[in-house]
Write a protein that binds this ligand. Structure first.
Ligand code: PLP
Length: 453
């Protein structure tokens, strides 16, 4: 017999993320807060990991899930399609970047990236270009933890111990204006330099041998809301087109409205060949992700083998599709993309007021309700703190003590660590919540800094 949930277990049999950590036990969640077994509430200022776009306990989403469970919880996709999967695909394709033809449903972000990589490879097999076998991606990126997604990801710390098992991927520089733009360059010149670097990488591999370039439109989990400089992704798109290379944009974290438009790439004027979405798609109510594919690619499969050689037991899960459909309809009905832009601007102003002159906050960046701080030992040199001190983890701990959830990360920049804190609150976040988030974060940052050796 286990201990009662309110007391918490003395021994755990869950293989937790960190084995030497005691996690508070979440027992309830409503709106922008989560409550633990001790009755403490936390403002969910990170939406978990940029997941909970509608906040918690939204009645319309719960009702849609209940209706679907009562009708039918599950039907395997090798036998049936379902109304909810069809409706969700209709809805997504209707509002997707131009030319998208179909949505392939999976259970999360890594699965979406994995499916996109395989879809891209198989597309070239279908059209008679099987020699294409290379992916190019960027350092300081995260695309998921399955082996294919980890291979394209460029986060050294996550890759290191699995590297011998990963497919060979060429990595180029991230678009990291704060750290990498030279003083004598305009943002546009910096973007053009990055495109030239990519072009050289393509030439080394041979353009006819490359399957796809993979990038997060706005980088999330490894560097905190890195926004591309103007023209960079357009240059990438043109380069890919010149060589017949596919552009896969990973919008698992930044997509589905998080940056103020449904897809972050809309703000870049760029249309990908494949786009992956997940977190905000189902808003955490159910595990769901998707790959949207250009109609041209779909037709190549139709004309060719007629089969995408892939699949999982839970693809197109009806309850997950029902939850995602409800989430997306609430976002539209309640004008929540506009709310993201408005409250995102409000969050940015508050961060600027609280941290704009802070001696250890080097950069405040982001778009919409996807904002981040980068912490530095010293603002002029932008020198990071000693990575051994794990300042980002200290901030997370101090924030939890203040009743605040923020998403911390210590990314690797070509071997150099930086500490970042990402904020991605639900789209329903109010002004008073934003005040509380920034006040608590200020205290957490200062307490964490005070705790350094
Ligand atoms: N791609 C990006 C850009 C992500 O941020 C993440 C998760 O943080 C993933 C893929 C992997 O998603 P999941 O954790 O749902 O597998």
């Amino acid at each position: 017999m286990g201990a009662s949930p309110a007391e918490g277990p003395t021994v755990t049999h869950v293989f937790h993320r960190q084995l030497n950590t005691t996690y508070p036990r979440a027992v309830a969640a409503q709106g922008v807060t989560i409550t633990d077994a001790d009755g403490r509430t936390y403002i969910d200022a990170s939406g978990g990991a940029a997941v909970s776009c509608l906040g918690h306990g939204h009645p319309d989403v719960l009702a849609a899930m209940h209706r679907q469970i009562d009708r039918m919880a599950y039907a395997h996709t090798s036998f049936f399609t379902t109304d909810v999967a069809e409706e969700l695909a209709d809805e997504l394709v209707a509002r997707a970047p131009a030319g998208m033809g179909r949505a392939y449903f999976v259970s999360g972000g890594s699965e979406a990236v994995e499916a996109a990589l395989k879809m891209a490879r198989q597309y070239f097999v279908e059209i008679g270009q099987p020699q294409r076998r290379h992916f190019i991606a960027r350092r300081q990126s995260y695309h998921g933890n399955t082996l294919g997604a980890l291979a394209v990801g460029g986060n050294e710390w996550r890759r290191r111990q699995f590297a011998p098992l990963l497919i060979d991927v060429t990595h180029v520089s991230p678009c990291y204006e704060y750290r990498d733009r030279r003083a004598d360059e305009t943002p546009e010149q910096y973007g053009a330099r990055l495109v030239r670097e990519l072009s050289e990488a393509i030439d080394r591999l041979g353009g006819e041998n490359v399957i796809a370039f993979v990038a997060e439109t706005v980088v999330g989990a490894t560097a905190g809301a890195l926004v591309p400089v103007p023209g960079y992704l357009k240059g990438v798109r043109e380069l890919c087109d010149r060589h017949g290379i596919l552009l896969i944009l990973d919008e698992v974290m930044c997509g589905m409205g998080r940056t103020g438009t449904l897809y972050a790439c809309e703000q870049e004027g760029v249309v990908p060949d494949l786009v992956t979405i997940a977190k905000g798609l189902g808003g955490g109510y159910q595990p769901i992700g998707a790959v949207l594919a250009q109609q041209r690619l779909v037709e190549a499969f139709e004309r060719g083998s007629g089969l995408f050689q892939h699949g999982h037991t839970y693809i197109g899960h009806p309850v997950a599709c029902a939850a995602a459909l409800a989430v997306q309809r609430v976002i539209q009905r309640d004008g929540l993309l506009e709310a993201v832009r408005r409250q995102g601007a409000g969050l940015r102003e508050r961060l600027q007021a609280a941290f704009g002159a802070h001696p250890h906050v080097g950069d405040i960046r982001g778009r919409g309700l996807f904002q981040a701080l980068e912490l530095v030992r010293e603002r002029t040199s932008k020198a990071p703190f000693d990575p051994q001190w794990k300042l980002h983890a200290r901030i997370k701990r101090e924030a939890m003590a203040q009743g605040l959830m923020v998403y911390p990360m210590g990314g690797t920049i070509d071997g150099q660590q930086g500490d970042h804190v990402l904020l991605a609150p639900p789209f329903i976040v109010g002004d008073a919540d934003l005040d509380a988030i920034v006040e608590r974060l200020s205290r957490a940052v200062d307490n964490a800094l005070a705790s350094l050796p």
